[in-house]
Structures are given as structure tokens and as C-alpha cells.
Design a protein around this ligand. Structure first.
Ligand SMILES: NC(=O)c1ccc[n+]([C@@H]2O[C@H](COP(=O)([O-])OP(=O)(O)OC[C@H]3O[C@@H](n4cnc5c(N)ncnc54)[C@H](O)[C@@H]3O)[C@@H](O)[C@H]2O)c1
Ligand SMILES: O=P(O)(O)OC[C@H](O)CO
Length: 429
């Protein structure tokens, strides 16, 4: 007789319950250690993709008054706010945002203060930037990075930041600084990307000085051969950070901006770097006149050389600490070249000369730049005030002539006439 096959051992209800508990424990541990769970979309990701729950949160940043990450003060990581969202302001935000995502010492989110405006569609610019991740007015077609959050409220935008990047047209900075008094953190560091200056009763005031004095904080500068639209599409360029004394802070700014296509170097000459960025805009206007009058390459090169010489002499007369070597950095000769070849100041000045000075710069700026702002015309005016006040007009014929042409006192052709005559004075430097 074949022996009966052994029946499987039966489980007692107690053992079965224990097995079920262990199985549930395994499932629990697996779910909690799976990355999508942390982003809160683990369970939503199990739903069919047509579900309305599945609108991908990573593509559309919702404007909020609270930061994306929920780290509470005191913050261990640096938080960056960009004050300005024009053409360069938007590109600077994109550059920074690509770095804060990967550098552990920075908080991912980059706040970008937007001077609010209503678009022809009736929508607010800030809302469109946060919905599309694009500054459709000042940098169309370029994604800023989903960690850039546009904020129209200046006070809210700066309240948590300990690194402030100032990048607006220089003429708005006095008002912006006034609104920020008492609103920024005490430990905040600043950097100015603004090419321009103010003229006060006491004399010229660089924008970094205005920021330092009005807000009581340390301010570095970043200038260079940086046409924003080219950097937006990640074409290689260089930039210069200018700092006063603290090398560590300068290195932190270099770290924040530097990318494989944007190579940043720091030099201890804040005034020299900022004056290069400011004064080259006046030379660019002169270069535009030369182009508008079709005077050719030799004339344009001569204007650039004379302009560089005046830039260096003026900078050294204002600040004896300014270094010769600064003029060989990106902020010096390189920025002068790129601006005189491809900048907005050059372009509008060319149109001004082509029209024989009959259409004003304001009119041409509005028509050709659609909201973007020229810095060279107002800087030429500010410079002229300083030169006349100090009795230096004859020492700086190029700077002086640019202003006189801009205001219609001289015709565009005057840009070279002065240099055909023997100069009465030679520059001291
Ligand atoms: N665009 C470039 O290629 C470039 C490159 C390097 C440096 N820069 C410098 O950066 C600075 C900013 O230039 P940009 O190109 O970002 O600006 P932009 O020329 O695009 O200027 C427009 C900006 O000004 C803002 N604005 C208009 N009215 C305002 C007001 N009343 N108050 C405050 N803001 C107002 C607009 O909202 C917009 O953000 C300038 O000093 C410029 O010389 C520009
Ligand atoms: O377009 P511009 O003339 O304002 O110049 C832009 C940048 O300053 C170039 O570095």
C-alpha cells in the first residue's frame, strides 16, 4: 500500500497573524524609503496620468509668500534674492538658479523681485513668469529654472535673504534703496551688477556706494563683457567680481555665478571694476555715432582707444587706488569691445546719428528697446556734471562731446572733429 503523501503543516491563526504583520511592516518600510514619497507624489504617481491630480508640479511654480523649502530661521544655507528682472536681471537669475540647485551651501530657491507691470494680455508679468517660468517681456524664449520665484513685493522678496543681487537700471536705485531701509537682514551681503552712477552734491556716487551707504551693508560688484542675450543661450563669456577687503565673500559670489560657460574672476578693486562697467557705456554711444555715420573700422577703433584712455584717467583721478591691471580684465577692455560691437547703447546711438540727431534718444529707446533701458545717455550727462564741476571738461573731450551730441548742442559728426585738432591738454595718466 502506498503511504499517503504528508499533508502541509497547518498554520495556527496566531502564526498567520504574525506573518501578515511582518509583511505589512516590509511594505511600510519600502514605501517610506522610496524617493518619490518624499516629494509627496508617490501615491499620486500611481494614478493614471490623465488624472487632474497629476499636473506636474515641477513645471509650474506657484507664486507664494513663503519659500519653496520649509527650512525655518536661523537658516544654515545662504538664501539669494535678485532685485531686478529686466534683460540682464533675468539672465542673472537663471545663472544663479542653476548653481543654487547643485551647491549645498545655498538654498535652492532664488527669489526675483519684479517691478510689476500689466502685459497687453491683461495678465500681470509676475504671474506669467511663475506660470511659464519665462520672463516673456524681457527675456522671451528662455526658461529661468523652476527654482526661480518671481515676487512683486520688494519687502517680502528680501526679508529672508542674506545674499542680495542688485540688477536694475541705475536710475531706479535711489528709490529702491529708500524702500529697503530697515527691511533687510543684518547679516546680508550684497553685489551690484548695475552699470551706472549717481551724481550728488558731494560728487559722483557709484551704485555700490549708494547701496552700502543707504542700507549699511558691504557691497561687491560684478561687471564684464556680458551681453545678456548671449549668456542666456549659454555662449561662453567671462566676468569680473570687484571686492574691497573680504576675499572670502568675493569667493562666495564667484561660486554663486561661475558656470562652465560663465567664467568669473575676483579682483580687489571694487571702484576700478565698477567704473569700467559704468564708463564704457558712454564710449559705446560714441561708437554708435561712428557706425551711424558709416565712418568705418579705423575710426571706431580710434574711438575705442581714446575712450579706454579716458576711462582709465577718470577712474584714477577719482580713486587713486584703481589698478591698471583691472582694465585688462573682462570688466575693462573686453566689456568695452563687446559693448561697442553689439550693445544696446551702440545700437540706439547708431539710429540717432542716422537720423541726424532729429529723433530723441528717449523716443528711439522706447521704439527700439521696448521697455529695456539705456544707461549711456544718462551716464554721459552725469559724467558731464562731474567734469564741469571739477574743471576737467577739456581733459576728457570724448566724454564731454558725447553728452553735447546727445542733448543736440553738437551734431553727431562732432564725435571726431575734436580729435583732428591738437589737444590743448594731455591726460595726466
Ligand atoms: N542687458 C544686458 O545685456 C546687460 C548686461 C550687463 C549689465 N547690464 C546692466 O544691468 C543693469 C540692468 O539692466 P537690465 O538689462 O536687467 O534691465 P533692462 O534694460 O531690461 O530694464 C528694464 C527693467 O527695468 C524695470 N523698471 C522699469 N521701470 C522701473 C521702475 N520705475 N523702478 C524699478 N524698475 C523699473 C523693468 O521692470 C525691467 O525689469 C543695467 O545697469 C545694465 O547696464 C545689462
Ligand atoms: O547693451 P548695453 O549697451 O546696455 O551693454 C550690455 C552690457 O553692459 C555688455 O557687457
Amino acid at each position: 500500500m502506498p503511504s499517503p503523501s504528508p499533508s502541509p503543516p497547518s498554520l495556527s491563526p496566531l502564526t498567520l497573524t504574525a506573518y501578515i504583520y511582518i509583511l505589512l511592516l516590509y511594505i511600510y518600510i519600502y514605501i517610506y524609503s522610496t524617493p518619490p514619497f518624499y516629494s509627496g507624489y508617490f501615491f499620486l504617481s500611481l494614478l493614471p496620468s490623465s488624472s487632474s491630480f497629476m499636473a506636474p508640479p515641477a513645471q509650474e511654480v506657484q507664486p507664494s509668500s513663503t519659500p519653496i523649502n520649509d527650512e525655518q530661521p536661523p537658516f544654515s544655507k545662504s538664501r539669494v534674492t535678485v532685485i531686478g528682472s529686466g534683460n540682464w536681471g533675468s539672465v542673472a537669475s537663471k545663472l544663479i538658479a542653476s548653481n543654487t540647485l547643485t551647491l549645498p551651501s545655498f538654498h535652492d530657491e532664488v527669489r526675483m523681485w519684479v517691478f510689476e507691470e500689466t502685459l497687453p494680455s491683461g495678465e500681470k508679468l509676475t504671474e506669467v513668469i511663475n506660470r511659464t517660468n519665462e520672463n516673456v517681456k524681457y527675456l522671451p524664449g528662455i526658461k529661468l529654472g523652476r527654482n526661480v520665484v518671481a515676487d512683486p513685493d520688494l519687502e517680502n522678496a528680501v526679508k529672508d535673504a542674506n545674499m542680495l543681487v542688485f540688477v536694475t537700471p541705475h536710475q531706479f536705485m535711489e528709490g529702491i534703496c529708500r524702500s529697503l531701509v530697515g527691511k533687510v537682514r543684518e547679516d546680508v551681503e550684497a553685489i551690484s551688477l548695475i552699470k551706472g552712477m549717481e551724481v550728488k552734491m558731494e560728487g559722483p556716487c557709484m551704485i555700490s556706494t549708494l547701496i552700502s551707504q543707504q542700507l549699511g551693508l558691504n557691497c561687491c560688484v560684478l561687471m564684464g563683457a556680458n551681453i545678456a542675450n548671449e549668456i542666456a543661450v549659454e555662449k561662453f563669456s567671462e566676468a569680473t567680481v570687484g571686492y574691497k577687503g573680504n576675499r572670502e565673500i568675493a569667493e562666495k559670489w564667484v561660486q554663486l555665478f561661475n558656470t562652465p560657460y560663465f567664467m568669473v574672476t575676483a579682483v580687489q578693486d571694487v571702484e576700478g571694476v565698477e567704473l569700467c562697467g559704468t564708463l564704457k557705456n558712454v564710449v559705446a554711444i560714441a561708437a554708435g555715432f561712428v557706425d551711424g555715420l558709416e565712418m568705418g573700422n579705423n575710426t571706431k577703433a580710434a574711438i575705442m582707444r581714446i575712450g579706454l584712455r579716458e576711462m582709465k584717467a577718470f577712474s584714477k583721478l577719482l580713486f587713486s587706488s584703481v589698478k591698471d591691471s583691472t582694465f585688462f580684465e573682462s570688466c575693462g577692455v573686453a566689456d568695452l569691445i563687446t559693448t561697442c560691437l553689439g550693445g544696446r547703447n551702440r545700437k540706439v546711438a547708431e539710429a540717432f546719428a542716422k537720423n541726424g540727431g532729429k529723433r530723441s534718444f528717449d523716443e528711439l529707446e522706447a521704439e527700439m528697446l521696448r521697455g529695456q533701458k539705456l544707461q549711456g545717455v544718462s551716464t554721459a550727462k552725469e559724467l558731464y556734471e562731474v567734469l564741469s564741476h571739477r574743471g576737467w571738461l577739456e581733459l576728457f573731450p570724448l566724454f564731454a562731446t558725447v553728452h553735447e551730441i546727445c542733448i543736440g548742442r553738437l551734431p553727431p559728426s562732432a564725435i571726431v572733429e575734436h580729435f583732428g585738432r591738437k589737444p590743448k591738454f594731455t591726460l595726466p595718466i
